[in-house]
Design a protein around this ligand. Sequence first.
Ligand code: NAD
Length: 253
Amino acid sequence: MKLQDKVAVVTGAASGMGKAIAELYAKEGAKVIVADLNIEGAEQVAECIKGEGGTAKAVKVNVAKLEDIEAMIDTAVSEYGTLDILVNNAGIMDAFEPVGDITDEKWDLIFDINTKGVMRATRKALPIFLEKGKGVIVNTASTGGLNGAHAGAAYGASKHAVVGLTKNTGFMYAKEGIRCNAIAPGGVATNIGSALKNINQFGASRTQLAQAVMPRTGTSEEIAQVALFLASDESSFVNGTVITADAGWTAAF
Ligand code: NAD
């Protein structure tokens, strides 16, 4: 029980890595706000957690909307009395275009969800953490936030920005007892990218591409274990950094 009685908000928790993180945190004793745009999916995850004896509540959130983010954090406090852990995991890929082909609309959509959503949720959570003198933020970045080798201009730039925000937040609030770290997953088999029918500009499916360049694809459960480490006191001296979880792919760069 590494997160006994902690209160956690996990965004993008209806599917993929966010779902695995919410489920693992609940198993480790946390009370979890299962936040997602897909409320039916979030409710299923929350019901599943409760069915196994855990504590969870589904909340509908569009992380691109300020009022949704504020309501999400407020719900954690009104339901469970406080907030200890914020996992900014919701994200979309939806763009493999290089910069020459990207539209302003697509750029703004990706940044509003992948980057601005992280900033706004962090900003809303900070006063709670500052008052307690303790708090943990875990951001899901990407190996696309560490190199330029895949996933398009807007996605890669949005995740590089998450890495930068993670470092700055970790540095700025370290003395206040707040830690902020990011995970940079490599290719993980989830629902992301389905809007592109899983085809990128090279004409290969994401799975084929991942298999060609990566040692193997990962599972959401493997990423959740990293998110557990970063949320627990076991990582008490880890702050303002990025942990890659990609079977060694980034080591090639
Ligand atoms: P996923 O599609 O399975 O899950 C993403 C979840 O986010 C979905 O439940 C979706 O409904 C939710 N979501 C999307 N837009 C939202 C919004 N505006 N507001 C609230 N919720 C929203 O994908 P995943 O792979 O589990 O993605 C989780 C995170 O991991 C993302 O930030 C993604 O960029 C990142 N990531 C994924 C991979 C990968 O290979 N799967 C690799 C690196 C990083």
